[in-house]
Design a protein around this ligand. Structure first.
Ligand code: UDX
Ligand code: ADP
Length: 453
C-alpha cells in the first residue's frame, strides 16, 4: 500500500492528508479537487484555510510526499486507497429538502472512481454521510463490468476546526467501519496499518459500517445537545438571578456530566452540527420514529431560538430601535481559531440587525473573506482592526471567542463610541464588571445585565 488519494481538498481533506503525510513519510499522499483555485492555494504560501499549525505541517510535507492536484482521473488510477472528503450539503430541492444530505457529489465521485480504476481499491468515506451511504456506494462501485471489487469503509473524521492538527495527531479515537467479510476485514486492516503509524491500537475502533456512520451523526448530535441544553438554561438564568457560568461549573463538576461543551453562547455554528442533526432527524422520520426525530430536531430549534433571542435582546436594551445605529460585531467565524463562517450565528445576527436597519460593521482576524461572501449584496462594512470598527458605534456584539478580544483596550474603545455605549457578549469572554466600571452597559449571555440606567 503506497499511494493514498483524497478527493476533496476542504477543511477535512486538507488537514487530514497533511497529517497522514507527515506521520507516514513512506506513503505518497495526494489531494485532488474540482476547484482549481483551491488547489493552487494549497500549492501556494497562502493556504485556502486557516488552521493553527497547518502551515508548518504542509511546509514539511508538500512536494516530499504530499501533493495537491486537479488531475482527478490520473490520481484515481495511481491510488491504492481513496479517501472521499467531498462536501455533502443539505438538499435544497425535492424529497427531504432542508433535511437530507445532497449526495449527488458523492455519487459522481463514486462513478468517477469506477470509470478510472483498473484494479481493486479501498474507498474510505471521510465525509459525514447518512447511514447506509457506504452500502449504496459499494453497489455503484461494484456495478462495473470488468469484475473489479471495491471495499467501502466508513472512517468518520472527528476533528474540530481550530484544533484540527492536534485532534488528528492525538485523536480520542479512530473509528473504522467495514464489512464483516474476509475482504472487508482486510480492507479495515489496511487502513488500521496507516493509522497505526502514530495512533495507539486501543484507540482504533473497528465496527460495522453502519455503526461507524451512525456514531458520527450521534456524536455530533450529543455535542450539540449539550450546547442547546446549557443555552436553554441561559435563557432561564436571564429571567432569574442565576448566572449560567456558575450553573455550568456546578453541573460540570459532576463527573458523570463533565465540564466540556457547557459554555453558553449566542448559538453553535459550523458545517457539521446542524447538518448532521437534520440528517439524523430525516433518518428517524424515514424509519417511522417520529418522537425520536422530534427530540433531536429540538436541539436545532433551541439553537435558532438562542440566536434570535440574542438579537431581540439587543433591540430591547437599545430602547427598541437600532435603526441608523452603528453596531459592530467582534468576530464573524463560527468559533475562534478558524476563518470558517459556515452556519456561523454571526450571519443571522448581522442579517437580523440589517432588517432592523442598523448600520452593521464586522471585524474578524481571519474570517473577513468568508464574511464578504456570506454578506454579499448587503450593505455591511468589513474592517479587520477592531478599534477602527468600534469607533462611533452604539454597540459592540461579541460573536466569536477570539483571544484577541479579551485583551483589547476597552477604555480606548469606550472613549471612541457613541453614548450610552453597549456591549453584548455573545460568548461570555469579557470581564463584565470591569467594562461596566468603564461606563459600558453590559449584557452577557445567561446573567443579569449591568446597566447605568
Ligand atoms: C464539530 C465536532 O466537535 C467535531 O468532532 C466534528 O468532527 C465536526 O463538528 P466543529 O464544528 O469544528 O466540530 O467545532 P466545535 O468545537 O464542535 O464547535 C461547534 C460550535 O459550537 C461552535 O460554534 C462553538 O463556538 C460552539 N460551542 C462549542 C458552544 O457554543 N459552546 C460550547 O461549549 C462548545
Ligand atoms: P469539509 O468541511 O467537509 O472538508 P469543504 O466544503 O471544505 O467540506 O470541502 C469539500 C471539497 O470537496 C471542496 O473543496 C469541493 O470543491 C470538493 N469537491 C466537491 N465535489 C467534488 C468532486 N466531485 N470531485 C472533487 N472534489 C470535489
Amino acid at each position: 500500500m503506497n499511494s493514498i488519494l483524497c478527493i476533496g481538498a476542504g477543511y477535512v481533506g486538507g488537514p487530514t492528508m497533511a497529517v497522514i503525510a507527515d506521520q507516514c513519510p513512506h506513503l505518497r499522499v495526494c489531494v485532488v479537487d474540482i476547484n482549481a483555485d483551491r488547489i493552487s492555494a494549497w500549492n501556494s504560501d497562502s493556504l485556502p484555510i486557516y488552521e493553527p499549525e497547518l502551515d508548518e505541517v504542509v511546509k514539511r510535507t508538500r512536494g516530499r510526499n504530499l501533493f495537491f492536484s486537479t488531475d482527478i482521473d490520473g490520481e484515481i488510477r495511481k491510488a491504492d486507497i481513496i479517501f472521499v472528503s467531498v462536501n455533502t450539503p443539505t438538499k435544497t430541492f425535492g424529497h427531504g429538502a432542508g433535511m437530507a444530505s445532497d449526495l449527488q457529489y458523492w455519487e459522481k465521485t463514486a462513478r468517477q472512481i469506477l470509470a478510472n480504476s483498473d484494479r481493486s481499491k479501498i474507498i474510505v468515506e471521510k465525509s459525514t454521510l447518512p447511514v447506509r451511504t457506504a452500502a449504496a456506494m459499494e453497489r455503484i462501485l461494484n456495478s462495473g463490468e470488468n469484475g473489479i471489487q471495491f471495499q467501502v469503509l466508513s472512517n468518520p473524521e472527528f476533528l474540530a476546526e481550530g484544533t484540527a492538527i492536534q485532534d488528528l495527531i492525538n485523536p480520542d479515537r479512530v473509528l473504522i467501519g467495514g464489512q464483516e467479510t474476509e475482504q472487508g476485514r482486510n480492507a479495515v486492516q489496511a487502513l488500521v496499518d496507516i493509522y497505526a503509524n502514530w495512533v495507539a491500537d486501543e484507540k482504533i475502533l473497528r465496527t460495522n459500517v453502519w455503526s461507524a456512520e451512525l456514531s458520527k451523526l450521534a456524536a455530533n448530535a450529543f455535542l450539540a445537545q449539550r450546547i442547546s441544553s446549557i443555552n436553554a438554561i441561559s435563557a432561564l438564568c436571564e429571567a432569574t438571578e442565576a448566572d449560567v457560568d456558575e450553573v455550568s461549573r456546578a453541573i460540570g463538576l459532576d463527573s458523570r456530566i463533565g465540564p466540556k461543551f457547557l459554555k453558553a453562547s449566542v448559538g453553535f455554528g459550523g458545517s457539521c452540527f446542524k447538518k448532521d442533526i437534520l440528517n439524523l432527524v430525516y433518518l428517524c422520520g424515514h424509519y417511522g420514529l417520529k418522537e425520536v426525530a422530534d427530540y433531536w430536531h429540538q436541539v436545532v430549534a433551541m439553537n435558532d431560538f438562542q440566536t434570535d433571542r440574542f438579537v431581540d435582546n439587543i433591540l430591547k436594551q437599545m430602547f427598541n430601535t437600532v435603526a441608523g445605529k452603528k453596531i459592530t460585531l467582534f468576530g464573524f467565524a463560527f468559533k475562534a481559531n478558524t476563518g470558517d463562517t459556515r452556519e456561523s450565528p454571526a450571519i443571522k445576527v448581522a442579517k437580523n440587525l440589517l432588517t432592523e436597519q442598523a448600520c452593521v460593521w464586522v471585524s474578524d482576524p481571519k474570517a473577513l473573506n468568508n464574511a464578504k461572501q456570506d454578506l454579499r449584496d448587503l450593505a455591511v462594512h468589513l474592517e479587520s482592526d477592531p478599534y477602527v470598527a468600534a469607533t462611533g458605534s452604539h454597540a459592540i456584539a461579541v460573536m466569536t471567542e477570539w483571544q484577541t478580544y479579551r485583551t483589547l483596550d476597552y477604555q480606548r474603545i469606550y472613549d471612541s463610541m457613541e453614548k450610552p455605549a453597549f456591549i453584548f457578549d455573545g460568548r461570555n469572554i469579557l470581564n463584565h464588571r470591569e467594562l461596566f466600571n468603564l461606563g459600558f452597559n453590559v449584557f452577557p449571555i445567561g446573567k443579569p445585565g449591568l446597566t447605568h440606567f
